[in-house]
Structure formats: structure tokens, C-alpha cells
Design a protein around this ligand. Structure first.
Ligand code: FAD
Ligand code: MLT
Ligand code: ZN
Length: 471
């Protein structure tokens, strides 16, 4: 019997896609990678995933797991050989259990992040992972990329939110590690191996995630600032003044936000006059567990002092939920606006916060010297030391001319990141985009240990070949 027929027997004929129906799975959302596949299968249960994996192991078919296809590094896009099977987890989308005494939720890998947030909210709890793609990314994808987002400085990356996993191995066995335990020191942590492994070690089919109390009150402000250094000084004061109540601190260049309101005229900057022309903006979010009055008093004392000391040019404090949402919406619109404006070269870097000002100054200068006129698109999660340090074409350049230099740009920026004790992937992962760059910055020993782990768990190299590690 043909492989396709065998797959149909496992998942049902309608869940094996071939030909045109595969198109959305063969290209990443930024249109940077395009591949081919034997087929796309959409299993409906963990057992079906396991049966598919057993078949692939027997026939040595490479497997590319796919969630919401919102990843930034081409991790879910198959290569061009057409040999791989794309395994889409979207139909594994049940909430299996929500335990308010243990503050945990157990969800299947294909659950959309927003659905997990909503299930938690309906039970009076917060699931804090939050990113602009939350309406389409899946929890399996979030775990596999160890996604970050806008609440990391208080709640951590996806890894910190995960307590247990269910995983199907490349051999088709099911590991039930769905433990809702905050303490478990029983040897090597398999959970942490699978998290962030971008589908190269196995398929995550379900996870037990932490829940938190809903904040009683929130205060959100957008700040107009004269410099990135001032943003860092305000962040430092906000950390000291708010402690664990500081749940968000984002930063963005003025021209980036201006581009958002130009492209989406229904959105507006909450500033008039010269404040709207500030070179930098920040968003500050305080989540209080006492009361609205308590939140307001803390907010005013930290912000008031920062304004008095000249660190903040202007502050727009949201007066209601609609205004808070409008401020966050401006920030969350940046990636899509950036994509609409044309192809850019993206870097997702983390740097010790104390070195960020120096990193941006020296890297901007080095880029301008080598590629005069190249435009900087800098924004990100300053509270986590994570910048999206992107560059777009110079006004006199075509997109093709920009992209012709992309590897030189990556190397210049990543060398500077390395020189500033940073990481070349803060939250987006490696995928195929940064696979070769990784070899420039990881030690020979680190790469060897990673390859040995891969070899031990996936001896035939069937899981997402060509991603993360060179094969
Ligand atoms: P996919 O793109 O489908 O897959 C990503 C990787 O995980 C691939 O390597 C794939 O093979 C693997 N994979 C997927 N599911 C599984 C599974 N069940 N088991 C094993 N491997 C699997 N990311 C951030 O970190 N922070 C942000 O703030 C952020 N903002 C974004 C904003 C926008 C507008 C967009 C489009 C993306 C943003 N991202 C952000 C990137 C992206 O949303 C995340 O990387 C997300 O975690 C990917 O989830 P996904 O379900 O779309 O995964
Ligand atoms: C963000 O912070 O908005 C995302 O990580 C997406 C991006 O880098 O474009
Ligand atoms: Zn980000």
C-alpha cells in the first residue's frame, strides 16, 4: 500500500493534504522560505500522531511539525526536496483540564494561544503569555520556540510557564510527562530539552501550563522620550518602584510608530505637537494586586519623579480599558506594518540591559559606515533586554539590493551582539534562518553536545531536518 494510503488509514482521507491544498504549509508567513512536501497530515489525537510517527520511522520519512505557521525563522517550512511529511497539530485543540487549586491548565498542542488565555480568564485566572500573533499561534509552537512576548519580565518565557509535557518521540512512542508539579528533581529534565527545540527532537502534543491570579487593577502609559538611555533609566526606576508589579516595558523608535499610524490611519498616537515627534517611545504596564487607587498612586509617584527629572518628555496615561488597548494595539501593529512596508532584515537579539545603549550606538554607526543610508527599525522588549534590531533598505536602494547584503548585515550585527555579551536569538529561535550563524558564536563543545542530544533522541535525523543544527 502507498504511504499516502497508509496515512489516510491513520488520520482519515480528508486529513491528508496533497497538491494545491498544501500551499499554506509550504511557505512561511513572511514569504522568505518556500519548500515542498510529500503531503500534509492533520492528526486528530496523540495516538494518531504516534501512529504517523511510527510509519515515518519505518519508512525513514522526515517530519516537519507545524502549528500556526507564525514563526519568524522558517522552522515550520519544509525543505525543497519534497521528501518530508508536514504534521500539522491544529486539530489537537482541546483544553483537557483546568485545575484552579493547582493553578494549572492542560491543553493540547494545537490550541490557539488566545483560546488558552480565554479559558483561563473564564476560570478567573491569568495565562500571561502574550504576543501579537496570539490569535493564530499555537501553544505547541510557543513551547517549541520558547516564545517570549510582552509579559516576560514578570512571568518569564514560555519555558517558565510550562510544568509538564506530552511528547511523541520520532519512534512513535508517547511520553506522558504532564506533571503539574512546581518541584520535580528526578534526574535530567526532558521537558526542558523539548522546549525550544523547534520540532527537532519530537512532537509536543499537550502541555500543563501555570496559571496566575488576575491583576486587580492595571495602569498603562505611553511615554515620549528623548533617548534610548532615558528609556533605560525609566525602566530602572520602574523596576525599583513597582517590583513584581511591573508587567510590561516595551520600547520603540519614534519613526517606527509613525509608520504604524501612517499605514493604519484608524490608529492614533496619544500625543500632539512636538511630543509626537519624539525619537523614542516606551510603553509601561503596572499590574496591581490591591486596588485601582493603589495602582494609580504607585504609577504617579514613579512617573511623576521621572518627568520632574527630565527623563520623560511626555506621558499619555490610559484612562480606561479602551485607551489601554489602543496603546498596546499600536505596539502590536509594528510587525505587520514592518512586513507591509517591504522586506527587512530582522534581528532578534538580547543584550545585558546596561549595554543596550552602547550596542545600538556602535552598531548603528558601523552599519551606516558600511551601508550608507540603511534604515533602522528598532523596537522590542526592553524590560527583557530584547531588541528587534531590524534594518530596511536605504531610500536609494531596491529591496533586492538590501537582501543581497543580508548575510553581511547579519554578521555585522551579530558580531556586535556577541561583542556586547548578547545572544543572536532572544525569543524567535533558530529555525533555518539562524542555523549557520549559530556556528559562529557557539563553542565547538556546545555544538557537539547539542548534536549528541539530537543523535540520541532522533538517531535517523528525521525530525525537522536542516533546522537549528547543520546536518
Ligand atoms: P509554527 O510557526 O508553526 O512553528 C514554529 C516552530 O515550532 C517550527 O520549528 C515547528 O516545526 C515547531 N513546532 C510547532 N508546533 C510544534 C509541536 N507541537 N511540536 C514540536 N514542534 C512544533 N514570538 C515571540 O517570541 N515573541 C513575540 O512577541 C512575537 N510576536 C509575534 C508577532 C507577530 C505578528 C507574528 C506573526 C509572530 C510573532 N512571534 C513572536 C513569532 C511566533 O508567533 C512565535 O514563534 C510562535 O511561538 C510560533 O507558534 P506557531 O504555532 O505559529 O508555530
Ligand atoms: C514582536 O515583538 O513584535 C515580535 O517578536 C515580532 C517581530 O519581531 O516582528
Ligand atoms: Zn518580540
Amino acid at each position: 500500500m502507498s504511504t499516502l494510503k497508509q496515512l489516510e488509514q491513520i488520520v482519515g482521507a480528508t486529513q491528508v493534504l496533497t497538491g494545491e491544498a498544501m500551499t499554506p504549509y509550504l511557505i512561511d508567513w513572511r514569504g522568505r522560505y518556500r519548500g515542498e512536501a510529500l503531503a500534509v497530515v492533520r492528526p486528530g489525537s496523540t495516538e494518531e500522531v504516534a501512529a504517523v510517527m511510527r510509519l515515518c520511522a519505518e519508512q525513514r520519512i522526515p517530519v516537519v511539525p507545524s502549528g500556526g505557521n507564525t514563526g519568524m525563522c522558517g522552522g515550520a517550512t519544509p525543505d525543497e526536496t519534497g521528501l518530508a511529511l508536514v504534521v500539522c497539530l491544529a486539530r489537537l485543540n482541546r483544553v483537557r483540564e483546568l485545575d484552579t487549586d493547582n493553578d494549572t491548565i492542560t491543553v493540547e498542542a494545537g490550541c490557539i494561544l488566545q483560546a488558552v488565555q480565554e479559558a483561563a480568564r473564564a476560570a478567573g485566572r491569568l495565562f500571561p503569555l502574550s504576543l501579537a500573533a496570539e490569535g493564530s499561534c499555537t501553544i505547541g509552537g510557543n513551547l517549541s520556540t520558547n516564545a517570549g512576548g510582552t509579559q516576560v519580565l514578570r512571568y518569564g518565557n514560555t519555558r517558565e510557564l510550562a510544568l509538564g509535557l506530552e511528547v511523541v518521540t520520532p519512534q512513535g512512542e508517547i511520553w506522558n510527562g504532564l506533571r503539574g508539579l512546581r518541584k520535580d528533581n528526578t534526574g535530567y529534565d526532558l521537558r526542558d530539552l523539548y522546549i525550544g527545540s523547534e520540532g527537532t527532537l519530537g512532537i509536543i502534543t499537550a502541555a500543563t501550563m501555570k496559571l496566575y491570579p488576575m491583576p486587580v487593577a492595571q495602569r498603562i502609559a505611553m511615554l515620549a522620550l528623548n533617548s534610548l538611555e532615558d528609556a533605560i533609566a525609566v525602566l530602572s526606576r520602574a523596576r525599583a518602584g513597582f517590583g513584581a508589579s511591573l508587567t510590561g516595558f516595551e520600547v520603540m523608535m519614534g519613526p517606527v510608530l509613525k509608520a504604524v499610524v501612517r499605514l493604519y490611519p484608524q490608529q492614533r498616537l496619544p500625543f500632539d505637537g512636538s511630543s509626537a515627534d519624539a525619537p523614542w517611545f516606551a510603553i509601561l504596564e503596572l499590574s496591581d494586586s490591591e486596588s485601582a487607587e493603589h495602582a494609580q498612586a504607585r504609577f504617579e509617584s514613579v512617573l511623576g519623579a521621572a518627568i520632574e527629572d527630565g527623563l520623560v518628555v511626555d506621558a499619555a496615561i490610559a484612562e480606561n480599558i479602551a485607551q489601554s488597548k489602543a496603546i498596546w494595539h499600536l505596539r502590536e501593529s509594528i510587525p505587520l506594518a514592518e512586513a507591509e512596508l517591504g522586506k527587512s532584515i530582522k534581528h532578534d537579539v538580547s543584550i545585558p540591559i546596561s549595554l543596550i545603549g552602547k550596542f545600538v550606538k556602535t552598531t548603528n554607526a558601523a552599519l551606516q559606515e558600511k551601508f550608507p543610508g540603511i534604515q533602522h527599525i528598532v523596537f522590542g522588549h526592553l524590560g527583557d533586554g530584547n531588541l528587534h534590531y531590524n534594518v530596511a533598505r536605504a531610500p536609494n536602494q531596491t529591496e533586492q539590493e538590501l537582501l543581497a547584503n543580508q548575510y553581511e548585515v547579519y554578521q555585522l550585527v551579530h558580531d556586535s551582539v556577541h561583542a556586547h555579551a548578547g545572544s543572536i536569538s532572544a525569543e524567535h529561535g533558530v529555525g533555518q534562518l539562524k542555523r549557520d550563524e549559530l556556528t559562529r558564536y557557539k563553542s565547538e563543545l556546545e555544538l557537539r553536545l547539542m548534536k549528541q542530544i539530537k543523535q540520541a533522541l532522533d538517531p535517523h535525523g528525521l525530525m525537522n531536518p536542516g533546522k537549528v543544527l547543520q546536518t
